[in-house]
Write a protein that binds this ligand. Structure first.
Ligand SMILES: [Zn+2]
Length: 112
C-alpha cells in the first residue's frame, strides 16, 4: 500500500473511531403536543407544548420506532445524530479506498 494511501486510511480510521464514540442513529424531528391536563391551553386554540425533539429510526424487523429526547439531552443527541451522518461519509470513503486498493493490487499481480 502506498504511503499516501496508508496515511489517508489512518486519518479516516481515526475520525471513524472518534465519531463512532458519540454517534446516535436516527432522524430528528420536532413536534408540538397536547397534554392531559384538563383545561390546559394546549387543548383549546393553542399554543401546544413544544417543540419536543423526537428521534425516529428503523428498528429490528424494519419497524419504525422512536423516542422523545429529554431537554437536558437535546444538544448531545443533535450532535450524536450529526456524528452518525459524518460517520457514514467516512466509512463510505474508506470503502472506496479499500475498493481502489484491492482492484489495483489485482491488476499489479496479473501484470507480474
Ligand atoms: Zn397542555
Amino acid at each position: 500500500m502506498s504511503k499516501k494511501l496508508t496515511d489517508r486510511r489512518r486519518k479516516l480510521l481515526r475520525e471513524i473511531q472518534h465519531l463512532a464514540d458519540t454517534a446516535i442513529f436516527g432522524t430528528l424531528s420536532e413536534s408540538y403536543r397536547t397534554c392531559g391536563r384538563a383545561g390546559c391551553h394546549c387543548q383549546g386554540p393553542g399554543p401546544k407544548h413544544g417543540p419536543h425533539l423526537h428521534v425516529s429510526y428503523r428498528g429490528d424487523e424494519g419497524k419504525t420506532t422512536g423516542y422523545y429526547v429529554p431537554k437536558a439531552a437535546e444538544q448531545a443527541v443533535r450532535e450524536g445524530v450529526a456524528a452518525w451522518q459524518r460517520l457514514q461519509q467516512r466509512l463510505r470513503k474508506l470503502a472506496e479506498l479499500n475498493q481502489a486498493h484491492t482492484l489495483r493490487q489485482a491488476r499489479e499481480e496479473r501484470s507480474r
